[in-house]
Design a protein around this ligand. Sequence first.
Ligand code: ATP
Ligand code: LTN
Length: 337
Amino acid sequence: MENMSQNEKKRILSGIQPSGDLTLGSYLGAIRNWAALADEYDCYYMLADMHTITVRQVPADLRRHTITQLATYIASGLDPEKNVLFVQSHVPAHAQLGWVLDCYTMFGELSRMTQFKDKSAKNADNINAGLFTYPALMAADILLYQADLVPVGGDQKQHVEICRDIANRFNGIYGEVFKIPEPYIPPVGARIMSLTSPENKMSKSDKDQNGCIYMLERPEDIMRKFKKAVTDSDACVRYDPAGKPGVSNLMQIYSVATGRDFDAIQREFDGQGYGAFKTAVGEAVVELLRPIREETERLLAEKAYLESVYRAGAEKAGHVAGKTLNKVYKKIGFLAR
Ligand code: ATP
Ligand code: LTN
């Protein structure tokens, strides 16, 4: 019976690269929404370590970021009993299907990816082939699990769309091999901006650490960064992303952290300066992140438990992924071993 209902549930897959310390953007745009989906969906959440090496990583840091990110997933409410939590490189089918899909992905469509353009501008001395074909690997991540839904922030929408195009192209040749996934992008919080340059996305690989709130950061540092956040000179808390990007970004953060809508926030700070507003946003974020930081620190001391989680995750994920990979190999004419 248990198995039956599991099979009838729609499937979710998402992932984050362990390329640095997770930010408030990764939390509000992605992780926060994942925990709420566990009862309704069959959920797979990955630590996308294979994607990180498209940009040079320090090996010891990559290992530390991966284990810390796993602990943070769990501390954010992703119960390993209800969600499959796994490391991408532990499931070889990702690399295997990734190569196959490279051969069904066009140079022209990869050239249009904004993440590729942004990252090659930032890493001009290392514009490698992996950085270019990254969306084909991401398509493999999703299609291996026959995912119905991919919960991500707004910046990843283009990658889910190219995944759909690749899947449709493949299905058009070989029949219904892949489920066509839908992106699931939150209405508020899909694009949290840097606190120092609100025209840019808050990103964990940003060199300017003052623009970024990290999920495990100390409360005093969070408060200091919010107090220094860039706003404007008209001292009025009003939602206007084009005209008032800094204030609107803080309103989004406050809205997601407190559950209040923009009208209520506007009324709450009517006639007050930005000082009170920034302090309130900072305090709301400190309280939002406090339990996650404390639980992550506790879990990081339990190495054996974390190992058992990622081993069990790789086992379950490998089973599902292996089935899809076999089907693909058969369809394209690889001789069965
Ligand atoms: P990197 O700097 O390494 O490219 P990143 O911080 O830009 O990373 P990821 O960690 O790769 O972003 O993204 C993880 C998930 O969080 C993705 O679903 C992404 O869409 C979402 N996300 C990342 N940054 C933000 C943001 N500023 N606002 C909303 N969602 C975000
Ligand atoms: N490309 C994503 C991380 C990622 C992902 C995925 C997200 C890798 N594979 C599959 C959803 C589904 C990023 O950079 N945030």
